[in-house]
Design a protein around this ligand. Structure first.
Ligand SMILES: *[C@@H]1O[C@H](CO)[C@@H](O)[C@H](O)[C@H]1NC(C)=O
Ligand SMILES: *[C@@H]1O[C@H](CO)[C@@H](O)[C@H](O)[C@H]1NC(C)=O
Ligand SMILES: *[C@@H]1O[C@H](CO)[C@@H](O)[C@H](O)[C@H]1NC(C)=O
Length: 528
C-alpha cells in the first residue's frame, strides 16, 4: 500500500516537472481558409490554453483568418486574387443542375469547373509558398524561430512543401488531401469495399456499383496525374533537394489527426500514425438565451424542429423555401429555421426565422426532435454527438456522402434537392418524428462516440505535444511508401517463384522425355 502511494507521489512529481517541458512549444500553422479554418481554430484555442506559442501563415486578404489575434501571431503573405465570387456562382450552378436534373455533359462540365477552381487554389498557394522561399528575410526569420513542428490542413499542400523545405516535423489536421479522401494515399484502400468520395456509394457494393466506384477512382487519378500532381512536382523540383511529390509529402507526415472516426465512417484499413479525432469540436450544450428557451418550452409535448443549410448557402430558391414553410406551418411542432433571403410568404406562426442560432445548444436541448441539415461535417458530427436524427438535404461536396453514413445506420434520411417538394418533405419529417428507431439509432451512435478513453480533442493535443517532445514520429511511418509498386505487391518475388516453378516443371518434363526416349530406343533395339 505504502509503495503504491509512494509510487503515486513520485509519478505526480514527475508529471509536475515534465509538464513545463512539453508546454511552450513553438508551432507554425499553415491553415486552409474558409470553413476549414473554423476547425483549425478550435485546436489552436486549446493549444494556446496549454501555453504553446502559435504562428499562423495567412493570406493578406483573408476574410476568415484575422491578422491580429490573442491566440497567435501571424505571417502575412501577399495574395492578389480571392475567389469568393467564383465559389458562389459554382454553388448556385450546382443547385440548379441538381434541381433540373443533369445530363452527363452538364455533370462533366460542373466537374471540370470544380476541378479548375481547385487547381487554381493550388497554384495560388504554391506561388505564395514560393514567395516565402524567395524572401531571404522571411526565410531566415522562420529558420531562426526554431519551430517545433508545422501544423497544417493539407487540403492545400503548401504547408507540406514548407515543412519539407525547413525540415520540420509535420502534424496534419486532415480529412481531404489534394488526392481525395486522406486515407487513399496512406493505407491500403481496395475499391471493392471502400467507396470513393463523390460516388455516393457505401461499403456494400454490388457488381455495377463497383464499376461506378472504379469510374470515380479514375476521375481522382486523372486529377492527380494531370491537374494537381504537376503543380507540386514543379515547386518540389525547384526548391526541394531530390524532388518530391504531393503523395510523398503526405506519406512522410509524422502524425495524421483525422477528422473522422468509425462511428461515423465505414471501417477500413488504417496506419499507426493516424489518430481519429472526429467530433473534436463538439461540446456539451449550454443554456439557451432566455427568449429562445421560452420559445422552445412553448412547444410542449410535440417538441421542436430545427433547420439550417449552413453558412455557405445564402438563399434557397424561392419556390423551395415556400414549400418548406408550408409544410412547417402544418406541423404541431415549433420550428426554428436559420434562413437568409426573403421571408417565405407561407410562413406559419409556429416557425421562427433566425439569422443565426446556437446550434450545439439547441441540438443538446431535450425538446429538439429533428435536425434538418445540409450534411456538412460539423453539423453531422454535432448531430451524432447530441443524438438528434437528421433529415438531410445535401447540396454539394461531401454532404451527400456524410448524410449517407447516417442513413445507412438508420439515424437519418436523405431528400435530394431534385426530389424536394412539400409532399416528400412532409413525409420525411413525419417519418423521423414518429418512427422512434431513428432516434434510438442515433442515440446509440452518440453513446458509442462518447465512449472513448480519451476525448478526441485531448488526443489531438497529446499527439501534437508528442511530436514536439520526440521531434517527430518517424517510427510510426510505414516502409510501404519507399517501395516501387512491383515490390509493394510482391510481383518481383512472384515472378521469380513462377520462373523457378517453370524451370522445375521443364526439368521434370525433360527428364521424363529422356527416360521415355531411352526406353523406346531400348525396345526398338530389342525388336531389331
Ligand atoms: C513566441 O512567439 C513570439 C512572437 O513570434 C516570440 O517573440 C517569442 O520569443 C516566442 N516565445 C517562445 C518561448 O518561443
Ligand atoms: C519579405 O518578408 C519580410 C518579413 O515578413 C517583409 O517585411 C518583406 O516585405 C518581404 N519582402 C518581399 C519582397 O516580399
Ligand atoms: C397560429 O395559427 C393558427 C391557425 O392559423 C391559430 O389557430 C392559432 O391560434 C395561432 N396561434 C398563435 C399563437 O397565434
Amino acid at each position: 500500500m505504502h509503495r503504491l502511494y509512494g509510487g503515486f507521489v513520485f509519478f505526480s512529481l514527475c508529471l509536475l516537472f515534465l509538464a513545463p517541458s512539453c508546454s511552450g512549444g513553438n508551432i507554425l500553422v499553415y491553415p486552409v481558409d474558409g470553413s476549414h479554418w473554423i476547425n483549425m481554430k478550435i485546436i489552436l484555442e486549446e493549444l494556446h490554453a496549454r501555453g504553446h506559442n502559435i504562428t499562423v501563415i495567412r493570406a493578406s486578404n483573408s476574410w476568415y483568418i484575422k491578422e491580429k489575434s490573442s491566440l497567435y501571431s501571424s505571417i502575412n503573405l501577399e495574395m492578389e486574387e480571392a475567389f469568393e465570387d467564383f465559389f458562389d456562382i459554382f454553388i448556385a450552378e450546382q443547385i440548379k443542375v441538381q434541381r433540373e436534373g443533369a445530363s452527363l455533359m452538364t455533370f462533366l462540365k460542373l466537374n471540370r469547373d470544380f476541378l479548375s477552381m481547385l487547381t487554381q487554389a493550388h497554384v495560388l498557394w504554391c506561388d505564395v509558398t514560393k514567395d516565402v522561399f524567395e524572401n531571404k528575410t522571411l526565410a531566415k526569420q522562420i529558420t531562426d524561430s526554431k519551430y517545433d513542428l508545422v501544423l497544417t490542413d493539407p487540403a492545400i499542400g503548401g504547408g507540406l512543401v514548407l515543412a519539407k523545405y525547413f525540415n520540420l516535423p509535420v502534424v496534419l489536421n486532415i480529412r481531404w488531401s489534394p488526392l481525395g479522401e486522406g486515407h487513399l494515399v496512406l493505407a491500403p484502400s481496395p475499391l471493392s469495399y471502400i467507396p470513393v468520395p463523390g460516388s455516393g456509394l457505401t461499403d456494400k457494393m454490388d457488381f455495377f456499383q463497383r464499376i461506378k466506384n472504379m469510374f470515380f477512382y479514375g476521375i481522382l487519378k486523372f486529377q492527380e496525374i494531370v491537374l494537381v500532381g504537376p503543380i507540386y512536382d514543379d515547386i518540389c523540383s525547384k526548391y526541394i533537394e531530390g524532388g518530391c511529390s504531393i503523395a510523398s509529402l503526405l506519406q512522410q507526415a509524422d502524425i495524421w489527426l483525422f477528422r473522422s472516426d468509425f462511428v461515423f465512417d465505414f471501417p477500413r484499413p488504417t496506419m499507426p500514425n493516424v489518430v481519429y479525432i472526429g467530433g473534436f469540436q463538439c461540446k456539451p450544450a449550454e443554456p439557451l438565451p432566455a427568449d429562445l428557451e421560452k420559445f422552445v418550452q412553448s412547444s410542449g409535448e410535440h417538441g421542436v424542429i430545427i433547420m439550417t443549410l449552413g453558412t455557405l448557402v445564402n438563399a434557397l430558391p424561392k419556390d423551395v423555401a415556400d414549400e418548406i414553410a408550408t409544410v412547417f406551418s402544418k406541423m404541431p411542432q415549433k420550428v426554428i429555421w436559420r434562413h437568409k433571403g426573403d421571408r417565405p410568404s407561407t410562413l406559419g406562426n409556429n416557425t421562427l426565422i433566425v439569422d443565426w442560432m446556437p446550434q450545439k445548444d439547441l441540438l443538446g436541448h431535450p425538446q429538439v426532435k429533428v435536425f434538418v441539415a445540409h450534411g456538412g461535417t460539423n453539423g453531422v458530427q454535432e448531430a451524432i454527438y447530441h443524438g438528434v436524427p437528421v433529415l438531410g438535404i445535401p447540396l454539394f461536396f461531401d454532404q451527400y456522402d456524410n448524410l449517407l453514413r447516417l442513413q445507412e445506420r438508420g439515424a437519418g434520411k436523405i431528400i435530394q434537392l431534385a426530389d424536394l417538394n412539400s409532399h416528400t418533405f412532409e413525409e420525411g419529417l413525419k417519418d423521423l418524428l414518429h418512427d422512434s428507431s431513428y432516434r434510438q439509432n442515433i442515440q446509440r451512435l452518440s453513446r458509442l462516440h462518447k465512449d472513448q478513453p480519451i476525448s478526441p480533442m485531448d488526443q489531438a493535443i497529446f499527439w501534437i505535444e508528442y511530436v514536439i517532445q520526440h521531434k517527430g514520429a518517424r517510427h510510426l511511418i510505414s516502409e510501404a511508401y519507399t517501395m516501387p509498386w512491383y515490390s509493394y505487391h510482391s510481383l518481383d518475388v512472384l515472378l521469380l517463384l513462377l520462373a523457378v516453378l517453370m524451370v522445375l516443371l521443364y526439368f521434370i518434363y525433360a527428364v521424363f522425355r529422356c527416360l521415355c526416349c531411352r526406353r523406346k530406343r531400348k525396345t526398338k533395339t530389342k525388336q531389331n
